[in-house]
Design a binder for this molecule. Structure first.
Ligand code: UD1
Ligand code: UDP
Length: 356
């Protein structure tokens, strides 16, 4: 295996790269981790390294929270400094955050090969910072690891050559399957929740939480659904969302129980024992689909249409009518599906990289 830099910066990247990192560790391969520290709060960062048994990053860039351009620009400059010292032959990134964009750009400009895990996703909504990050990262990458055949088609359509594209599945499959036998009801008990009698909510997209009227509409919709169907609501809240609720001085409806972000096993447990999940998270859409729990996507679009096509998710945005219709649909149709995110994705990616 070539000397490899694994670059990460946020909660979902730590989770979705955990199986890859553990492989590099186990086989004593020549690699190091750069953490941009885009996420830095203990419950968005350190708990994942601890609970997923990951080694500390060799480099911690301490970039933190800044505006889009400042954050990406500072990362780009700092990542380049490290790459010039370490001279890896390959850099691996996962997903669509500003950290991914900065890592991919820094490496490709130094002639270092870039492997992009979770390549080829498109929401076709360029107002999302992630959509820009996905497009640019894919187009500067040398190895594009796609979750399903759908992304291969998208990348080919954008003129990327087939030789660079590898359909491997999504590493979230390994993360979920490694934890599935460990799921516990402890987190339910400590929050007075009963299996199948509560809704799990997560929400953090700027389009949902950065504008007062939309955020307020979502809180009202969630509260209304829980009242109409007599269900509890648990909402492990992202720091962006909490900051905005405080800034807008919004009252959280009584039915919605807000808690701090939890660790991965606790979140998976909350997913698995819930009646239904309301979320704007890409990762949670995939996990719930793997666990067999329906999701109502609180966005107007998705870059994961597979979940909708197999009947595991409905895209409802901020409309109460669609939310209610979506809920009724899943409650009256006891749907089952087979998730589309592949088998042994980590092994497939590693097998490919070993042969380079
Ligand atoms: C970022 C990613 C998004 C991903 C999400 C995962 C981009 C453009 N966005 O969004 O794609 O879905 O991470 O959670 O890369 N904050 C803290 N502590 C932290 C991190 C953030 O308090 O550890 C607060 C800060 O007030 C910050 C805000 O959250 O300004 C937003 O953080 P940022 O990393 O800019 O974007 P996310 O919304 O987390
Ligand atoms: N997650 C977690 N604790 C929480 C909320 C989320 O461990 O309190 C996990 C979740 O299981 C998933 C990932 O974080 O694996 C999703 O991250 P997020 O929703 O922040 O980002 P996205 O996937 O939308 O990029």
């Amino acid at each position: 295996m070539k000397k490899t830099c694994i670059l990460l910066g946020t909660r979902p990247e730590i989770i979705k790269l955990s199986s890859i990192i553990r492989f590099f560790e186990k086989h004593n391969l020549d690699y190091f981790i750069i953490h941009t520290n885009q996420h830095y709060s203990e419950n968005m960062d350190k708990i994942f390294f601890d609970r997923l048994r990951l080694p500390s990053p060799k480099y911690n860039l301490n970039v933190g929270s800044l505006s889009q351009g400042n954050q990406t620009g500072r990362m780009l400059a700092e990542i380049e400094n490290v790459l010039l010292i370490e001279k890896p032959e390959l850099l691996l990134v996962q997903g669509d955050t500003n950290s991914v964009l900065a890592g991919a750009l820094a490496a490709c400009k130094l002639g270092i090969k870039v492997g992009h895990i979770e390549a080829g996703l498109r929401s076709y909504d360029r107002s999302m910072p992630e959509e820009i990050n996905r497009i640019v990262s894919d187009h500067v990458s040398d190895y594009l690891f796609c979750p399903t055949e759908k992304q291969r088609g998208i990348l080919l359509g954008e003129g990327i050559i087939d030789d660079k594209i590898f359909v491997t599945g999504n590493t979230i499959v390994d993360a979920v399957l490694e934890s599935k036998s460990l799921l516990q009801k402890k987190i339910l008990e400590s929050n007075n929740l009963k299996e199948n009698k509560y809704i799990l909510v997560t929400m953090h997209r700027p389009s949902n939480v950065d504008k007062e009227d939309i955020l307020s509409q979502h809180l009202e919709n969630i509260s209304r659904l829980s009242n109409d169907y007599n269900l509890d609501v648990i909402f492990p809240i992202h720091p962006r969302t909490l900051k905005n609720i405080k800034e807008f001085n919004l009252k959280i409806p009584d039915k919605i129980k807000i808690i701090e972000p939890v660790d991965f096993l606790e979140l998976l447990s909350l997913e698995f024992y819930s009646k239904i999940i309301l979320t704007d998270s890409g990762g949670i859409l995939e996990e719930a689909c793997i666990l067999g729990i329906p999701t109502l996507n609180l966005r107007e679009n998705t870059e994961r249409p597979e979940c909708v096509e197999i009947g595991a998710s409905k895209t409802v945005g901020s409309s109460y009518d669609l939310l209610k219709k979506g809920y009724d649909y899943f409650i009256h149709n006891n749907k089952q599906w087979v998730h589309p995110f592949g088998l042994n994705p980590t092994q497939k990616i590693i097998d490919f990289l070993m042969n380079q």
